[in-house]
Design a protein around this ligand. Structure first.
Ligand code: UD1
Length: 429
């Protein structure tokens, strides 16, 4: 199995192109199930999760073709993909495909809306909490679907089509918002989705659905109005830049020091993380190329962070922020409020010499002067990149194993970091 080997202590200098957002690309690809015309997506990142979703969509009958690169285009530029679901050939999403990635469960919305039936395995994904699907089930029932759980599958039927309704999510779930918004586009009448998640990826999906002919207002806010239409058409849409990748590399620079421009990054979606990184001592400016991050000379200050739904501090940056705080001057607290089991990185960071104690959902971090390289193990997608960040700043060699977690969500991580001078390489066992 591949590992990533890092020799730490080198400041990062240069530029990193920011990829299309994984968490936007996945629902956008799933939206192709809603129409029998071609959906063209630009800026799709090359990631294991994206590949996995291509397999899942192919199983339902989606033809995928990749448009070639234009001459002179950066080798790290995103790809353009045509997705065509002329006919849905299978409304079952089987366990062996869905168990690898939670977001694949979201196909239930478009399949049910277009075909009047769907049979989707209960999902898998990162082991960061129980992550149930009760909001999806209750929401789809409110749209008129009949739903049973049979042998690990959610079996949904709405033979006469879905019917718009008022739905209030018990908690602002990103996945339930994507799924119910997609389902409601083809329902009869109006759906009002209250307490919807406000993440920018939901606004991005909403824009694409509108380009496909959907009638949606309020996407990106906590109340979304969807007026159902009989059919959707093809469209072209560019996947938004990845705010989590952006925040991750910004935190890497804050930790290792240096001066890096994150090309194509959008600072608009990172208000809270930028505020906290500035408090921690990073110098962040918005330029016409993206976002410039610097930390020269002075140390890292201890800052508290608490995760919250957007626009709060994202849970997907919690592990990376904690890595930064392990080298802070003084004591900081990091509180996780979204997932109940998202501290698996704590014991791995401790192997590098970090001093962290856990009390319920809050980690108390006592900054240390230097971290020391060590072998560590990736445990989930975002946790694994926190170990890379810590390794970049640690003295000596850090080897991160089980990096298939990283490949799920970070495109060409070693290339992007090594072009900024980082001593980082992938080694095959
Ligand atoms: C998405 C993101 C993930 C991010 C998370 C929170 C994608 C592909 N994944 O995951 O990277 O960490 O948002 O920002 O976009 N919940 C229920 N019942 C449900 C659904 C959710 O109780 O039916 C709970 C979850 O357990 C969790 C909370 O709601 O505590 C939020 O989860 P949710 O927003 O649904 O996360 P995902 O969509 O899975």
């Amino acid at each position: 199995m591949d590992r990533i080997r890092i020799t730490g202590g080198v400041p990062l200098e240069g530029s990193i192109p920011i990829s299309g957002a994984k968490n936007a690309a996945l629902p956008l690809m799933i939206a192709s199930l809603l129409t029998d015309e071609t959906l063209t997506l630009d800026n799709v990142p090359r990631l294991a999760d994206v590949q996995q979703l291509f397999h899942i969509l192919a199983n339902h009958g989606v033809d995928t073709s990749f448009q070639g690169k234009r001459t002179g285009q950066d080798q790290l530029a995103g790809q353009t993909v045509d997705l065509l679901a002329r006919a849905i050939v299978d409304t079952t999403a089987p366990y062996d495909l869905v168990s690898k990635m939670r977001a694949s469960f979201w196909v239930i919305g478009p399949l049910l809306a277009r075909m009047g039936e769907a049979r989707v395995s209960l999902p898998g994904g990162c082991a960061i909490g129980t992550r149930p699907v009760d909001f999806f089930i209750e929401g789809l029932r409110a749209l008129g679907a009949n739903i049973e759980i049979e042998a690990g599958y959610v079996v949904a039927q709405a033979r006469a089509g879905l019917i718009g309704n008022r739905i209030r999510l018990p908690k602002a779930s990103v996945g339930a918002t994507h799924t119910l918004m997609m389902a409601a586009t083809l329902a009869r009448g109006e759906t009002v989705l209250e307490n919807a998640a406000c993440e920018p990826e939901i606004a991005d999906l909403g824009e694409c659905l509108i380009a496909m002919g959907a009638k949606i207002e309020g996407h990106g806010t906590s109340t979304i109005f969807i007026e159902g239409v009989p059919r959707l058409r093809g469209a072209r849409h560019a996947v938004m830049p990845d705010r989590i990748e952006t925040g991750t590399y910004a935190l890497a620079v804050a930790m290792a020091g240096g001066d890096v421009t994150l090309e194509g990054a959008s600072a608009d979606h990172l208000e809270k993380p930028i505020e906290l990184m500035r408090q921690a001592g990073a110098d962040i400016t918005v330029t016409n190329r993206g976002m410039r991050v610097r930390r020269n000379g002075h140390g890292i200050y201890a800052v508290d962070a608490e995760t919250a739904p957007y626009p709060g501090f994202p849970t997907d940056l919690q592990a990376q922020f904690m890595a930064l705080m392990t080298a802070g001057k003084g004591t900081s607290h990091v509180t996780e409020t979204i997932f109940e089991n998202r501290f698996m990185h704590v014991q791995e960071l401790a192997r590098l010499g970090a001093k962290i104690s856990l009390n319920g959902q809050t980690a108390t971090i006592e900054g240390v002067k230097t971290l020391k390289g060590a072998p560590v193990m990736a445990t989930d997608l975002r946790a694994s990149v926190s170990l890379v960040i810590a390794g970049l700043a640690a003295e000596g060699e850090t080897e991160v194993s089980r990096i298939y977690h990283l490949d799920r969500g970070f495109e060409r991580l070693e290339q992007k970091l090594s072009r900024c001078g980082a001593q980082i390489e992938r080694v095959s066992a």
